[in-house]
Structure formats: C-alpha cells, structure tokens
Design a binder for this molecule. Structure first.
Ligand SMILES: NC(=O)c1ccc[n+]([C@@H]2O[C@H](COP(=O)([O-])OP(=O)(O)OC[C@H]3O[C@@H](n4cnc5c(N)ncnc54)[C@H](O)[C@@H]3O)[C@@H](O)[C@H]2O)c1
Length: 329
C-alpha cells in the first residue's frame, strides 16, 4: 500500500505538532497530500518551534491550544481521518522535580482527546506516541508482551495513558494503535537543554566544540532511531487495520553504547570531545540500565523497517543544525 495514495486528501490532526516528532510527521504528510492540522500549546522547555514547519506553513492549519481543552479538542477531532497524539510532557528529568505536568498532560490530556473522539468522531484512527521508558528495566531485546516496570512518574504517565487508549479501543471501539518509541534523534528536535533528546544534545555539544560527559564509562546501551524511520513507522502503522488495539515498539532494534554513539558524533562533527563522568543524582535515580527493542512485531504487521544507519542519521542531523542552529540554540 503506497503512503501517497492512502494519505492524499486525508484529514489529519497532529497534537504536539510544532514539536520534534509532530512537525516531522506534518512535513511528510503535507508532501503526501494530506490536509494537516497541528495543535500545540507552546509548552515552555519543550520542542515547539515555528521554524520546524516553515516549509509547510501556508499549507497547514495551526491551532495554538491545549489538548486538555475539551471544547477545542471536540472541534478539532470532528472531521479527522487520523489523529497522531504527540503532545506531552517529554522529560523524565523534569518529572522528578514536578510530576504534575506528566499526570495532567500525559494522562488527562490523552483522555481528553479520546473523549472528543468517542463523542464526535469514533471512526477516527488514533495513534499514541508512547515511550520505551514504559518498560523500565528491560530484558533485552524488549518485547511488547514483556512486563512493564517503569522507574519514574514520566514513564508511569505514559503507561497509564497507553492503558486508557487501550480501554477506549476495547470498550468504545476507537481504532487506536499504541506505540513505544525508543530514543529518537534527528532534525527539528529541541537542543536548548539536556533534559531530553540526548543524541541531539550530544550533537549540540560537539558542534559547539564542548566536552560530552559520559556516565558508566559510556557502556550503557540504548537503541537510537532516526526521525525519518520513526515517521515512516507511525504512518505505516496508522494504515494497518490489524494493528488496532495493539502495542508496537518503534526502534532500530540495534544495541549501541553511548561510547559508540559519541565517537560517531565527534568523528562526523569533526569537533567536540568526551570525558567519563560520575552519574548525576537525577540521572542515576531513574536509570533503567541497558535497553534495546525487539522490532519483529512491527515488521510483521506492516513490513516497516528502519533504513537509516546511525552513521548516516548523525551525518544528516549535523548537517541540518550546522545550517539552522540559530533557530535551535
Ligand atoms: N523524542 C523522543 O526520543 C521520544 C521517545 C519516546 C517517546 N516520545 C514521546 O513522543 C511525544 C513527542 O515527543 P517530541 O520528542 O516530539 O517532544 P517535543 O517537546 O519536541 O514535542 C512535544 C510538543 O507537545 C507540545 N505540548 C506539550 N503539552 C501540550 C498540551 N497540553 N497541549 C498541546 N501541546 C502540548 C509541546 O509544546 C511540544 O511542541 C511525547 O509524548 C514524548 O514523550 C519521544
């Protein structure tokens, strides 16, 4: 099934649409001929950035509003074929000092969008952007059927939201798909601070010829996914009817150490350096240990697979921020 023929003329709502993943989805969907509406409340310390959508500004509708607003959400979901829900409090570090945005936006905000769908558009396909953090300490490679043991409020809020989405699918028949995305990186991510989007933060450090601190001698393993692969996975899943009610890892499936990641970044940027550093309190408190994902389920359901190697993804990301850094940091 081609993405162009399927999304052409479709009405799509993207929450968190000015942020990293939301705006990247929007750019691709506009290219595919979809009628796209973005909703974003420009949350402080988050990734909302008008520069992210500069190339499609005249071809999208932007609603600067909050997903917790029942009236606005009722109006916005009404005629939509697809709703990609990417709005949220994103940082597990921020949730340590203030858990309320996670509880309020990630849980109540998700329920508000679903209630709007239930009342005004129960056939609209809902795609939830969850996180690999929901697994907590994982037995790698983590499978969707594994037990979740989240280590912090942020991850708990995503898990609770996921279960709310499941309930709306089961009880109210909303065609919903649940995703758990790994560490996504690439163009359009915020680079103002180090509270989330670690790969982009390391790239900023390298581009400004700074020192990148590596905990645990860089041995911790993660699964890093380039944004274009993430967008293609979300778009492919949304078209897969057998995926309704199911949970999917969206990841590269490849274990990579922070040391290997950082060496790639410093080599490609031709600047910056790294140093081994002790864990800070807030990082240690919620560190779940190594993580990489099993991606056989998404491969089986919609034939998606990641195409961008880490080296190519890092190279493309560096190129983007070398050109546009003044819009990000
Ligand atoms: N980036 C990653 O690596 C990653 C990995 C796993 C899961 N996720 C999840 O994906 C989603 C999107 O993340 P992102 O990286 O694009 O972050 P981002 O900060 O770039 O985008 C989030 C957007 O949501 C908006 N927002 C926040 N609260 C809102 C509200 N109440 N109403 C309307 N808009 C609101 C923000 O202003 C921001 O533009 C989040 O739920 C995040 O937890 C991201």
């Amino acid at each position: 099934m081609s993405l162009v023929s399927t999304y052409h003329g479709k009405h799509v709502l993207i929450t968190g649409g000015l942020g990293f993943i939301g705006s990247s989805l929007a750019v691709k969907l506009v290219r595919l001929g979809a009628e796209v509406t973005l909703v974003d409340n420009l949350m402080p310390e988050h990734g909302a950035n008008f520069f992210n959508v500069r190339s499609i500004k005249s071809r999208v509708t932007i609603s600067l509003s909050d997903v917790r607003d029942e009236n606005i959400m009722a109006y916005l979901v009404e005629d939509k074929d697809f709703v990609f829900h990417m709005a949220g409090q994103v940082s597990h570090v921020l949730s340590l000092s203030n858990p309320y945005p996670d509880l309020d936006i990630n849980i109540r905000g998700t329920a508000t969008v679903l209630e709007a769908l239930r009342k005004y558009n129960p056939k609209g396909v809902f795609i939830y952007g969850g996180t690999r953090g929901q697994y907590g300490k994982a037995s790698n490679p983590a499978k969707e059927s594994d037990i979740s043991q989240p280590t912090g409020i942020h991850e708990i809020s995503h898990l609770a939201a996921e279960q709310i989405v499941s309930t709306y699918h089961r009880i109210h028949g909303i065609p919903a798909i649940l995703t758990r995305m790994t560490n996504v990186y690439g163009p359009r991510a915020q680079m103002k601070h180090d509270k989330y989007c670690v790969v982009n933060w390391f790239i900023r450090k390298a581009l400004t010829n700074d020192t990148i601190p590596l905990f645990s001698k860089g041995k911790i393993i993660r699964d890093f996914l380039y944004i274009d692969d993430c967008v293609n996975a979300l778009l492919s899943l949304a078209l897969t009817k057998t995926a309704y009610g199911e949970i999917f890892n969206i990841a590269s499936g490849k274990p990579t150490s922070f040391l290997a990641l950082t060496k790639t970044i410093v080599t490609k940027a031709k600047s910056g350096r790294f140093v081994f550093a002790p864990f800070t309190y807030e990082r240690k408190a919620q560190e779940p240990g190594d993580f990489w994902a099993d991606i056989s389920k998404i491969r089986q359901y919609c034939s998606w697979q990641p195409k961008t190697t880490l080296s190519t993804g890092i190279k493309r990301t560096i190129k983007y921020y070398e050109k546009y850094h003044s819009h990000y940091f």
